[in-house]
Design a protein around this ligand. Structure first.
Ligand code: BES
Ligand code: MG
Ligand code: ZN
Length: 479
């Protein structure tokens, strides 16, 4: 799938490995299908089949069924999941091209099917000597008389961005330290028209970013903060949207080391928020969205060493506030807090943080949704919720009452870095809120960023969650 070529077919699509998207209410085209085929297909549709493979000896064609009357909760998601069935078929038969033929007169069905197909075909197999399947899809032809070139490009960049994010998250920390992360993101940014700025350890020291530096103390690798910027000359609003993503390359917990029980096994994924923001910015820039957007990704690992920061330490953050560290495993909020305060200087319209921040969020919502909270206007949350439905990266809004902030009180500093035994996802959000003076939304993706068993188009590992959600959200805001 690495070098998948998208191709918009203008006329006479080849009817080999053709995937016809068919609305179950429409009549099948007699110029394409024989009466016996139509009989067969209609019989299958009546039995609720969503994907109907047709075998023609030397090739396959497929019918993808769309359209529903009233029990249809989310048509796009249903098509994405049909994309999973199609992907399994492609893999099993090692098909190297497909031609999607969409006569439903809209772009949405093609888009959803392709998303499901490509997310399912994604593999992280660079470390496997034996690839399975050996051959992968090389070419995706799309025929839809109603589709514009720009829509295909947008779909192509989106699917690339999601794979890019998943690759970063799946990459082990041994080969992806903060510096390497910054290099890869910079390279990808140059493939678009993103402006990149890197704040290295010396810069962070000069800026007195006490949160990032404290977390980095136990690390043999230097930290870095990545800034990405996209400014459309005709941006709708002068003020930028700022996205802050957690970039903990590996989270051992530090001296408050994680209790074993496998809790450290996949902590290479603790930079999933940062990776999502990088994928998001790439697609915003590639698609020339008419906005001004800035991303900040503080990146470091959280390790055990003689120099590690310790429970009991009091640290001074970039904005001057002091924090009593009560648990070195609550490191994400410390690095995000510095980035959030730094973002103030851009006078953002809206600040969005995205992070694998708390086990509490994962326990509360499970793998089915993202915990969201914040103090921004309800209108923003309603839009995010709608984007969650559109992309099926669903969000569950948490309360954000000030009572939760009081759980962070410290006897000797301005605050502690942990709350109490309850409401851990919210006290983490409240901690972050103290470091920004602008409308704020926080997405905790701890439960959804990484999967240990197949769920729909996520087979194993990184999901890339956040990229499609925030892209859809920003696109809505840009309208
Ligand atoms: N990276 C973890 C959160 C996490 C847990 C992500 C599970 C993905 C899966 C975060 O840094 C962390 O350790 N949070 C602590 C906070 C606690 C010490 C207040 C947690 O949730 O246990
Ligand atoms: Mg931690
Ligand atoms: Zn963490």
């Amino acid at each position: 799938m690495d070098n998948l070529i998208f191709n918009l077919v203008k006329e006479n699509p080849q009817l080999v490995n053709a995937v016809f998207i068919v609305n179950s209410f429409d009549k099948l085209d007699k110029n394409i299908f024989s009466d016996r085929e139509i009989d067969f297909i209609q019989h299958q549709i009546a039995q609720d089949a969503k994907l109907i493979p047709l075998n023609y000896f030397y090739h396959w064609n497929f019918i993808v069924v769309t359209g529903c009357k009233d029990d249809c909760k989310n048509e796009a998601e249903s098509l994405r999941r049909t994309g999973v069935e199609l992907a399994d078929f492609v893999n099993k038969n090692e098909l190297d091209f497909l031609t999607i033929i969409d006569n439903t007169k809209a772009f949405e069905p093609t888009k959803a099917l392709v998303e499901g197909l490509l997310m399912s075909l994604y593999r992280f197999d660079k470390y496997k000597n034996q690839k399975d399947p050996k051959k992968s899809l090389k070419r995706l032809n799309i025929y839809n008389p109603k589709i514009k070139e720009k829509e295909i490009e947008e779909l192509e960049t989106m699917t690339q961005a999601v794979s890019f994010t998943r690759d970063l998250v799946n990459e082990p920390a041994s080969t992806l330290n903060a510096t390497r992360f910054a290099d890869i993101v910079t390279q990808q940014a140059h493939n678009s028209v993103l402006n990149v700025e890197l704040y290295r350890k010396e810069d962070l020291q000069k800026m007195k970013m006490g949160g990032i530096l404290a977390v980095n103390q136990g690390s043999s690798e230097p930290p870095v903060m990545v800034k990405l910027e996209w400014k459309h000359p005709k941006a709708k609003s002068k003020k930028p949207f700022v996205f802050v993503g957690k970039g903990v390359m590996y989270d051992s917990g530090g001296l408050s080391i994680k209790p074993t029980d496998n809790s450290m096994d996949y902590m290479k994924s603790d930079m999933a928020g940062g990776a999502a923001v990088a994928g998001l910015m790439y697609s915003i820039a590639r698609n020339k969205m008419p906005i001004h957007a800035i991303a900040l990704i503080p990146a470091t690992d959280n390790r055990v060493d003689a120099k590690s920061y310790s429970p009991g330490d009091v640290i001074t953050m970039y904005n001057g506030k002091t924090v009593e560290v009560m648990n070195t495993d609550a490191e994400g909020r410390l690095i995000l807090a510095d980035a959030l305060s730094y973002a103030d200087k851009y006078e953002p319209e809206l600040v969005v943080s995205i992070a694998t921040l708390t086990g509490a969020a994962a326990r509360a919502v499970g793998p089915h949704g993202i915990a969201v909270m914040g103090n921004a206007d309800d209108a923003y949350f309603n839009k995010l919720e709608a984007s969650g439905f559109n992309t099926y990266e669903r969000v569950a809004r948490f309360p954000f009452w000030d009572d939760y902030a009081s759980m962070l009180k410290s006897e000797i500093a301005d605050m502690k870095n942990i709350g109490g035994a309850s409401a851990g996802a919210i006290t983490a959000g409240k901690f972050l809120e103290k470091f920004t003076n602008h409308p704020f939304m926080h997405l905790d993706i701890a439960g959804v960023a990484f999967t240990h068993k197949p769920r729909f188009y996520y087979k194993f590992g990184a999901t890339g969650v956040g990229v499609r959600l925030l892209y859809d959200f920003v696109k809505e805001l840009a309208k």
